[in-house]
Design a protein around this ligand. Sequence first.
Ligand SMILES: NC(=O)c1ccc[n+]([C@@H]2O[C@H](COP(=O)([O-])OP(=O)(O)OC[C@H]3O[C@@H](n4cnc5c(N)ncnc54)[C@H](O)[C@@H]3O)[C@@H](O)[C@H]2O)c1
Ligand SMILES: O=C(O)CC[C@@H](O)C(=O)O
Length: 528
Amino acid sequence: MKVLISDSMSPLGEKILTDAGLEVDVKTGLTPDELKEVIGEYDGLVVRSATKATAEIIDAAENLKVIGRAGIGLDNVDIPAASQKGIVVMNAPDGNATTAAEHAIGMMMSLSRNIPQATASMKEGKWEKKSFMGRELTGKTLGIFGIGRIGAIAANRAQGLKMKVIAYDPHMPKEMVDKLGVELVSVEELAKRADYITVHVPLTKETANALSTEFFTNMKKDAMFIDCARGGVCDEEALYKALVDGEIAGAALDVFAQEPTTKENCPLLGLKNFICTPHLGASTTEAQENVATAIAAQVAEYLTKGVVVNAVNVPSVSDDVLAQVGPYINLGEMLGSLHMQIAKGGVEEVSIEYSGELAELNTSPVTVAFLKGLFTPILKDAVNYVNAPVIARDRGIRVIESRSDSSSDFVNVLRIKVVTNEGENVLVGTVFGKNEPRLVRLNTFRLEAQAAGPMLLVYNNDVPGVIGALGTILGKNGVNISRMTVGREDASSQNIILCSTDSVISKELLEEVKQLDNIDDALALELV
Ligand SMILES: NC(=O)c1ccc[n+]([C@@H]2O[C@H](COP(=O)([O-])OP(=O)(O)OC[C@H]3O[C@@H](n4cnc5c(N)ncnc54)[C@H](O)[C@@H]3O)[C@@H](O)[C@H]2O)c1
Ligand SMILES: O=C(O)CC[C@@H](O)C(=O)O
């Protein structure tokens, strides 16, 4: 079998693949056309972030069985296109966390002591001691936006520098953050109290442009901002304005909305109080060895033994188990994704009840798929079919499974209650026929909905005219409804409407929907 390594990577990865008996070609810097021409020869493709495994490339990949990403981010891989062709997509989410946290700390020190600016000045033949007055980190407050793997390491390193650390992470239970010696605060408090802010969240629907004018305006005028997570989380236009208007004192970015980044596509590069690196957060020998060896071992395991590890699109189960519980795996993942998107607050407990015929099957892959679905909207590529239960444990989330051989309305029922620090939701699903997952209850509302893709969930009064008004406003905005289900609450005047739409509902359109008469609330959902 042949594997193509198409981005620069530690040679240790190549060695692991060849030692496993695979033929390996290393061809970096291929143009999309060149890659398209050669990809048909390969059974495995190993990438970092430069190679774009688009639908077109995947379509031309006649023999491809696996795509491995040395690192976390899978923004460069068209996962639905790969899944459709039965290609397993896997990543190595653990190997570069320490390196990325150290980069953020390095940025904080560089900003505080003007190291990049002073280097540039000396190289121009100047000796400008007075222009580069810095300040100490000792005793200052570091604010961490997103305290997962990397945020926690950054907190620990900052504590070693005698800084006070505070964090905002609405999905992290307070007890877990307390254990790190970090104070969990609201987003406003984070902005107002911190002398430095460092960002460690993935790019999701919730985090896109989350750090914008309001956040920068709340920051202290002498505070500094660092983002080594993902381009698009920070609103670069708002950051530019905050730096120019003196709302904050300095900023450092390693990641950008548009990469590669130039002065033309990012005016921040022209500012004196802005420093940057070209997405170097994971670029150390150690991190690259970690991710290259991890992904090479995973790809080799899959190609030589059929064992799936850390896949994001295929559960790690045998074909026999998959044949039995495959449809429930899809149902579980959908219910997980829906739960997280309707939940308010940090998840504390999950109760999963398997009833009917389903209770007699090996349901552990369904529980794992539920947890993967639950975490994906907030953690994106950092969660897979292997580490989802570990993430639940690390977040102190109790997962309780139970079985009952009777199910009242359907042959098989999956009933899941998720308790957060702000309330709870119950979703019930079943599988119709051989493979048709259905949502049959959303809290007290009974319905029968195919829940997949972009959707709109509306809570409304059960009065005439609501559906018409909703259809009109979506139609006016060019959004086509492909399916609509109404869920009723017994003996109540409340309904829910769940629409499948051909495109994702924008924030602006969602606001318009919420303003309609007799609509109490509306949520834009993106389901698996
Ligand atoms: N610059 C680089 O080269 C580089 C290297 C490695 C990782 N990264 C990126 O760093 C980011 C963090 O990685 P990680 O391994 O720590 O991920 P992680 O999944 O362990 O942690 C992310 C944290 O963000 C929190 N979060 C999610 N939505 C949030 C919101 N709206 N507000 C506040 N917090 C929120 C989550 O609860 C979680 O605790 C990822 O985007 C990853 O891709 C960048
Ligand atoms: O340099 C890289 O490979 C990107 C690193 C990081 O953003 C990741 O997604 O793991």
